[in-house]
Design a binder for this molecule. Structure first.
Ligand code: PLP
Length: 420
């Protein structure tokens, strides 16, 4: 089958207006500046509306969306149950002088759901939770140093930046130790060389970083990390902002068979309503209680109502099993389509958060071209980021995705006669 290429004139027009009044037009991961949209002409830059697994751009083009707002879309855009719960709460009150009682109900539900959680501290963004986690670990241990795994991303605060980032002082990152993933001897060495000085290890549940194949850790790896933390009094922080609830409703630490001391959630928590939550173990509750951290909208009620409805529905739908099944079906179909046209499509990470790479050339140009050809025919991917499944995705959508992907493979091959 062949699919016509989309036109993005209105996106371009809007981007030109945006650039005049918004630094870099669309900043951060939703925009082109991070190098995920190459060649940029093939991507829409603004959306008009969204529904279920689709969004429509300002030129009226429809996309099957595998970025899911980079994670928050877990049940489908505008999920009717979540929106009804949020709207009912909106009528009662949202941003009020005393928090709504729904805050307590939401915390109780999350503590019952997440295996390692004895308490729950609400915020807005993933970065708020990783920042609070580090502060809590430092306050509890009276230590400064933090161990990170290579390729980490935990948000944008200065303490987690790389030394050459604009506006970051060397002092802000001087207590950071970065070691490779899945290298217990390197971890043991770092701990021995900094004995009694390490407050925390912060890590995603597996290496789901950008610009490289994703690597899933073994349960044995995490068992060893947990043991080292217990022996050395190091707090183990799991950053489940991206993977949270997609692998296991009880938390990704539960999926890998261990308990974090602190666990950070955001994206899938409320199906796009703006909230995040740091959860933790009992021994850290007094410490965080004594800290001065909050924000104007952190205790707003509408997202709590959305969160309760989202988690309830994620449990009913058995989201992790569903995403594993849908993700596996999709990646198998894509790989087979690639093979048929001479492309070696490598898939990595968990099927619920699959990462794609065409391995025919090391430069990644072929890969970027193929992703761009998919996007300009209605399958919204990003070149060097993991993708996301949502519950509104159907087998029919997956079949259409594979057909579009095939057409995109053909288009790339046509542009590369050396492949024939
Ligand atoms: C693993 C991880 N941690 C932290 C963050 C930061 O979350 P936020 O952008 O909501 O501050 C992200 C965002 O993509 C993330 O993927």
């Amino acid at each position: 089958m062949s699919f016509p290429e989309y036109n993005h004139d209105k996106s371009r027009e809007l981007f030109n207006r945006a650039k005049k009044v918004i630094p870099s037009g669309v900043y951060g991961h939703l925009g082109p500046a991070e190098g995920l949209f190459i060649p940029v002409e093939k991507w829409p830059l603004f959306s008009e509306r969204a529904e279920g697994t689709y969004f429509w751009d300002v030129d009226g083009n429809k996309y099957i969306d595998y970025m899911c707002a980079y994670g928050p879309n877990v049940l489908g855009y505008n999920d009717p149950d979540v929106d009804a719960a949020a709207m009912a709460q909106l009528k009662l009150g949202n941003c009020t002088s005393s928090p709504g009682k729904i805050m307590v109900e939401c915390a109780e539900m999350l503590v019952d759901t997440v295996a390692s959680a004895d308490w729950c501290y609400f915020a807005k963004n993933g970065n708020d939770t990783t920042q609070m986690a580090i502060m809590t670990a430092r306050a509890y241990t009276h230590r400064k140093k933090i161990i990170f795994f290579k390729g980490y991303y935990h948000g944008v605060s200065p303490w987690q930046a790389k030394i050459d980032y604009a506006g970051v002082l060397p002092e802000e990152v001087q207590n950071n130790i970065v070691i490779p993933w899945d290298d217990i001897p390197a971890l043991q060495k770092a701990v021995a060389e900094n004995k009694g000085e390490i407050a925390a290890i912060i890590a995603q549940p597996y290496d789901h970083g950008n610009f490289h194949d994703n690597v899933v850790m073994t349960k044995m790896f995490w068992e060893k990390v947990r043991k080292i933390c217990d022996e050395e009094g190091i707090q183990l922080i799991i950053d489940d902002v991206r993977a949270g609830f997609r692998l296991d409703i009880a938390g990704s630490d539960h999926f890998f068979g261990f308990k974090a001391d602190l666990i950070c959630f955001c994206k899938a928590l409320a199906n796009g309503y703006n909230m995040s939550a740091l959860m933790g173990r009992e021994h850290l509750k007094n410490t965080i209680s004594g800290m001065n951290i909050t924000g104007s909208y952190w205790l707003s009620s509408v997202p709590f109502a959305a969160c309760i409805a989202t988690v309830k529905k994620m449990k009913e739908l058995q989201i992790p099993q569903m995403f594993d099944m849908l993700g596996s079906k999709l990646i198998n179909g894509l790989k087979m389509a690639g093979k048929e046209h001479g492309f070696d499509l490598v898939t990595s990470g968990m099927p619920a958060l699959f990462y794609l790479r065409i391995a025919n050339d090391d430069s990644l140009y072929l890969h970027q071209e193929w992703i761009a050809e998919c996007v300009s025919r209605g399958v919204f991917f990003a070149s060097h980021h993991n993708h996301f499944i949502n519950a509104a995705l159907t087998e029919e959508d997956i079949n259409r995705t594979i057909e579009i992907a095939e057409d995109a493979f053909k288009a790339v091959k046509k542009n590369h006669p050396e492949m024939n």
